[in-house]
Design a protein around this ligand. Structure first.
Ligand SMILES: [Mg+2]
Length: 274
């Protein structure tokens, strides 16, 4: 692992479970600093803004810059901006089933965002419906999204994760929201986050890294590891989140290059520098 200068690190299931940090979190980042390893934090969770992650990490005693955080909300907004060109973005109405992260990223790009009332009471229709995880989602959000998709809107998912690790075990995630809307409309979504290439490309750009000197650290074989492999990165699975040793033994895909119990064990290995 001596060749590694950069890490792309997933957050849920790697750094914390819900609001509980994994043991050794602050020390892990101290090790990265001491070893002069650069990092970007890359999450499929689209519900929060980079600033909200900066604040969460600060509560755990870890200081990072907003530019070190890439969310699937940012990747989704990038994708929308590229894929709707040459139409002016201000002419493409978007309806969002999702939280602050998606709202901020899509608004910053200049897309008008419709509300539930715009759709259900004022008869307006979005050309694009974007869906991401949001713990305060309501039936009205799903209903208005389905109405727009039934009228021909593009259906975009911020990420495919059907669940996410919490203090209570796996809870329904964005992929479960996508399945609900897909079942109701018969339309399948275009899905953006990991394992798709967009987030890995953006993280490498911010790190000024290459696939040769960069590793993906994650807890999911089907997103973090599969996507990292496809991007040509060194891949490191930690067993502190969703994917277990049993899942690893049964996996059909290529195995990760390294497996650690958690980031404490990974930090020890990085300290030894071998
Ligand atoms: Mg994770």
């Amino acid at each position: 692992m001596k060749h590694l200068r950069n890490l792309i690190i997933d957050m849920d299931g790697v750094l914390w479970h819900g609001d509980t940090a994994v043991p050794g979190l602050a020390d892990f980042f101290k090790t990265l600093h001491q070893q002069q390893i650069n990092f970007v934090l890359a999450t499929n969770n689209a519900s929060k803004t980079p600033d909200q992650y900066v604040a969460k990490l600060a509560r755990f005693g870890v200081s990072v810059a907003p530019a070190q955080i890439v969310t699937s909300a940012i990747a989704t907004a990038d994708f929308l901006a590229t894929s709707t060109a040459p139409a002016p973005l201000a002419t493409v109405d978007v309806f969002i089933v999702g939280g602050d992260g998606l709202h901020q990223a899509i608004q910053q790009r200049g897309f008008p965002i419709l509300s539930v009332a715009d759709v259900m009471e004022r008869g307006r229709r979005a050309q694009v419906v974007v869906v991401g995880f949001w713990p305060d989602v309501t039936y009205a959000d799903f209903a208005a999204g389905a109405v727009c998709i039934n009228d021909g809107a593009r259906f975009i998912g911020a990420n495919p994760d059907v669940n996410y690790p919490s203090e209570w075990g796996p809870l329904p995630g964005a992929g479960a929201f996508l399945a609900l809307i897909q079942a109701a409309t018969g339309v399948s979504p275009t899905v953006i986050g990991k394992p798709g290439a967009i987030m890995f490309q953006e993280a490498l750009r911010r790190l000024d890294g290459t696939p040769e000197n960069t590793a993906m650290v994650g807890d999911r074989l089907n997103t973090d590891i599969a996507g990292g492999k496809a991007a040509g990165l060194h891949t490191i699975l930690v067993l502190s989140g969703i994917s277990t040793r049993e899942a690893l033994a049964q996996a059909n895909g290529q195995p990760p290059d390294d497996v650690f119990v958690d980031i404490m064990e990974l930090a020890k290995r990085l300290e030894h520098g071998d």
